[in-house]
Write a protein that binds this ligand. Structure first.
Ligand code: PLP
Length: 350
């Protein structure tokens, strides 16, 4: 009954099999191996475009490197005030970019509204005393499990581009958002104006593998150097390439995401029906954010269930958590089973 996150499980079987297969024999180092070349080719085909692609082992490195390629040390990147880059990366984007600043915008459910972005940019002082904004970064899905729709992404990209900003997408849960929208990878990214993507794979079946994808290769000129000098170029690069080969082959990544989302839907339905419970935000991908009576939370914990309390700072208007209630996050993964969900629901009922 561990619903703490989608990184609490190991790798899925095809990813492990690909790693074991790639383990044999001599291969070029530093990403010149066959598995890495094949994974990069596969990603290019998936996104239907010539891209510059670099593989790294963590989402924090992917986000920080992507932003450091887009923003100079004296510039700023805009994000949601509760974005992972802002709250959960220990300043890595600012560190990697040599002093760049993150500026947080509000928004219900972790989403930035195009109007909020436009007003913020219009009100920002333009003076050499202020750091000029050079990038916008969006989390897809958001830190409250919501999925930006294609029209929301397009509108945000339009506002950002008009103001001279590039747009980065933190796709730690890219696959979960993609299958939720039922669009193609291109239709959720560059066709809407996204310039750079962190293509997350760790949470959805890999052990540790993410791709930083630049849809305009000219923007990636500094990336090989930035990655190497930050210590994120693996000498045995096949470890990353092989994971992505296993992950992307036979649409395994999409199957994993569909399964995680379906399990989250089942969980959402079950917890919303518990006495005194409700969902604080709709379930759209693989995360569920119920408001539970504290006594239900205690009963669950006593039964051994694992999950995190969640921030109440960006709830939809009108949603108030009473003193006897708690907002929690439940995350389903590719490995979540119906039996785990049933056990959780039974434990909640007592
Ligand atoms: C929205 C988001 N971005 C990025 C990450 C990647 O972080 P990590 O460096 O732990 O792989 C996470 C993981 O929790 C996340 O939730």
């Amino acid at each position: 009954m561990n619903f703490a996150s989608d990184n609490i499980v190991g790798a899925s079987r095809p990813v492990l099999d690909a790693l074991v297969a790639a383990n044999e024999g001599a291969e070029g180092a530093y990403g010149t191996d066959r598995a890495t070349k094949a994974a990069i080719e596969r990603l290019g085909a998936l996104f239907e475009r010539d891209c510059a692609i670099q593989l790294v082992a963590t989402g924090t490195a992917a986000n920080a490197l992507a932003l450091s390629a887009l923003v100079p040390p004296y510039g700023a990147a805009l994000c949601h005030v509760e974005a992972h880059v802002m709250e959960d990366e220990c300043g890595a984007p600012e560190f990697f970019a040599g002093g760049m600043k993150l500026l947080g915008l509000p928004g219900a459910g972790g989403k930035i509204a195009p109007r909020t972005l436009a007003d913020y940019l219009a009100a920002l002082p333009r003076h050499e005393k202020q750091m000029p904004p050079r990038a916008l970064t969006l989390s897809q899905a958001t830190e409250y499990g919501l999925v930006y729709t294609p029209s929301e992404i397009a509108a945000l990209c339009e506002v950002a581009h008009e103001a001279g900003l590039k747009v980065h997408m933190d796709g730690a849960r890219f696959a979960n958002a993609l299958v939720s929208l039922n669009v193609t990878p291109a239709e959720m990214t560059w066709k809407l104006g996204i310039d750079v993507l962190t293509f997350g794979a760790t949470k959805n079946g890999c052990l540790a593998a993410e791709a930083v994808i630049f849809f305009d290769p000219a923007l990636a000129e500094a990336m090989p150097y930035l990655r190497k000098r930050s210590g994120h170029t693996l000498s045995k690069g096949r470890l990353l390439g092989a994971q992505l080969e296993g992950y992307l082959g036979n649409d395994h990544w999409l199957d994993n995401a569909r399964h995680a989302n379906a399990m989250a839907a089942r969980l959402a339905e079950g917890v919303a029906a518990l006495p005194g419970a409700r969902l604080a935000v709709p379930r759209e991908a693989n995360e569920v954010f119920p408001v539970l009576p504290r006594e239900t939370v205690e009963r669950l914990r006593a039964a051994g269930a694992v999950f995190h309390p969640w921030s109440e700072r960006s709830l939809p208007e009108g949603e108030r958590i009473a003193p006897h209630e708690m907002l929690v996050r439940l995350v389903a993964s590719f490995a979540t089973t119906e039996a785990q969900i049933e056990a959780f629901l039974q434990a909640a009922k007592g």
